[in-house]
Ligand binder design. Structure first.
Ligand code: V47
Length: 387
C-alpha cells in the first residue's frame, strides 16, 4: 500500500508515529476507529504484526472446562449464567465429572486446560483447589489456565482471604496462569451498566498485577460491540498497556465479539465483520507492549478469524473442544476444531501455523507435517471436528 493511500486515509501522522515506535494516544486510537479506509488501518496493523511474528500464526491444543454456570453476578451480556443452583438449566459438575472430561482426552496431546466458571455462592474453596490438584494428577505436565480475575476476586470475598493469598493457594494446588476473561470494558460508565455486581476494573487489573508479581503470565480480553464508544475501547486498551508497562506479564490481548442471543442485551445487533477486523487492527497498533493479539475463532467466526490474521492478529486460540459461553449466546461456530483443520485454515490464509503451548513455547513448527504430532488423535476426534 502506498504512502499516498495512507495519507488519503488521513492517518499519515499515525503511520509516522508507528514507524518511529512512538506511542499512540487515545485520540490516535479513536481516529483509527473512525478512519474511512479499513484497509489502510489494516495495512498498518499488519506491518506491526509481521514485524513481530512474520507469517507465523499460533494456536494450541487445549480443552475448555466450565464446571458450573451458577453465578451470582447478573451481567447483561451473559447467556451462560444461572442465578441459583435450582434455576432451570443450572449445572455444577462434581469433581469426578470434571476429571472424567480430562480422562476422556487421554489419547490427545493436549497442552492446556482452560477453566472458566460462574460465581457459585455455595461451593467450598477446596472444590477449586482439589480440581487443580486432580487435573494435575491425571496429566502432570498439563498447563492449568484457570479462573478469571473476577472469579479470584469472588473467592477472596467469600472465603475471606486476600487476593494474593487466593492466588498463592491456587498456585500451590497447580494453577499456572490466568485467562483474560472478565475484563469486559474497563470504563466505569459501561461496566456499571453491563456488569455492575462483580469486580471493577481496578480490582481486575490489581489481581493481574499480583499474578504477574507471583510469576504467572496472564491474558487480557475486551468485550466489544455492545454499548461502548470508540473512546471507551481505546481507554480499555490503554489501561491494559499501562499495567503491561509495569509488569510485562500479559501474553495476549483478546478482543471478544459480543453475541446477543439469549441475554438481556439481545436487542442489540452483533458487531459486523468489518468492526471485528478493525478492533483487532487497532489493538495491535495501540498495544505496542503486548506480544500477541488473539482472534478467538469461536467468538469471531472461523472465516473472520482467518481474515484477522491480516489485520493484526497472530493467534487463533485452540482446539477448545466444548464451549458453552458463546454457544449459549448464539455462536454458530463449531465447538471444536482439530489441529489439522486449524493448520489448514492458517495455511489457506497465507500464514504459517505454529502449535504453541500456553507460554508460547513452540510445540510444532510450520515445517512439520500435520501427521507427525497428530497421528495419535483418534478417528472419532477427527471426524467430530470442523470440516
Ligand atoms: O469474560 C460472555 C465473554 C468471556 C458473552 O484468556 C461474551 O486465552 C460475547 O475470556 N458475547 C470468557 N462474549 C471467555 C474468555 C476467553 C476466551 C478465549 C481465550 C481466553 C484466554 C479467554 O466471554 C467473559 C465475557 O467477556 N462473554 N458472554 C457474550 N454473550
Amino acid at each position: 500500500m502506498t504512502g499516498k493511500r495512507i495519507a488519503a486515509a488521513g492517518i499519515a501522522d499515525i503511520a509516522a508515529k508507528v514507524d518511529a515506535r512512538a506511542r499512540l494516544s487515545l485520540e490516535d486510537g479513536v481516529r483509527l476507529f473512525e478512519c474511512g479506509d479499513l484497509l489502510a488501518v489494516g495495512h498498518l496493523a499488519n506491518r506491526e504484526r509481521e514485524r513481530r511474528h512474520g507469517k507465523l500464526t499460533y494456536y494450541n491444543f487445549n480443552i475448555r472446562l466450565e464446571a458450573t454456570n451458577v453465578c451470582v453476578a447478573s451481567c447483561l451480556f451473559c447467556s451462560f449464567a444461572r442465578l441459583t443452583p435450582d434455576s432451570p438449566a443450572a449445572y455444577t459438575l462434581s469433581l469426578d465429572q470434571v476429571f472424567e472430561k480430562l480422562r476422556q482426552r487421554a489419547d490427545q496431546p493436549l497442552t492446556e486446560v482452560h477453566v472458566v466458571n460462574g460465581l457459585h455462592p455455595d461451593l467450598p474453596f477446596e472444590y477449586y483447589s482439589d480440581m487443580l490438584r486432580g487435573l494435575k494428577r491425571i496429566r502432570p505436565g498439563i498447563h492449568l489456565k484457570c479462573f478469571t480475575a473476577v472469579e479470584i476476586a469472588f473467592f477472596s470475598d467469600i472465603y475471606k482471604m486476600s487476593d494474593r493469598e487466593v492466588l498463592v493457594r491456587l498456585m500451590e494446588a497447580g494453577l499456572d496462569s490466568l485467562p483474560g476473561g472478565g475484563a469486559e470494558i474497563f470504563a466505569p460508565r459501561v461496566r456499571k451498566k453491563i456488569s455492575h455486581d462483580k469486580a471493577d476494573a481496578d480490582r481486575y487489573l490489581s489481581i493481574h498485577r499480583i499474578a504477574h508479581e507471583l510469576g504467572m503470565r496472564t491474558n487480557v480480553t475486551m468485550l466489544y460491540g455492545h454499548i461502548e464508544t470508540y473512546a471507551e475501547r481505546v481507554d480499555h486498551m490503554l489501561r491494559a498497556r499501562a499495567l503491561q508497562d509495569e509488569t510485562g506479564g500479559f501474553q495476549a490481548f483478546i478482543p471478544l465479539a459480543f453475541h446477543p442471543d439469549n441475554n438481556q442485551m439481545r436487542k442489540l445487533p452483533a458487531p459486523t465483520a468489518t468492526d471485528t477486523l478493525r478492533v483487532h487492527a487497532v489493538s495491535r497498533l495501540m498495544l505496542d507492549n503486548i506480544p500477541h493479539v488473539k482472534a478467538f475463532w469461536i467468538a469471531t467466526g472461523v472465516e473472520v478469524a482467518q481474515q484477522a490474521l491480516w489485520f493484526g492478529a497472530d493467534d487463533l486460540d485452540g482446539t477448545v473442544q466444548e464451549e458453552k459461553i458463546y454457544h449459549m449466546a448464539g455462536a454458530r461456530t463449531p465447538e471444536t476444531m482439530s489441529t489439522a483443520s486449524i493448520r489448514r485454515l492458517i495455511r489457506a490464509a497465507g500464514r504459517e501455523p505454529v502449535e504453541r503451548d500456553t507460554l508460547y513455547n513452540v510445540v510444532t513448527g510450520p515445517e512439520e507435517s500435520d501427521e507427525v504430532r497428530h497421528r495419535i488423535a483418534t478417528p472419532q476426534a477427527l471426524s467430530a471436528s470442523y470440516v
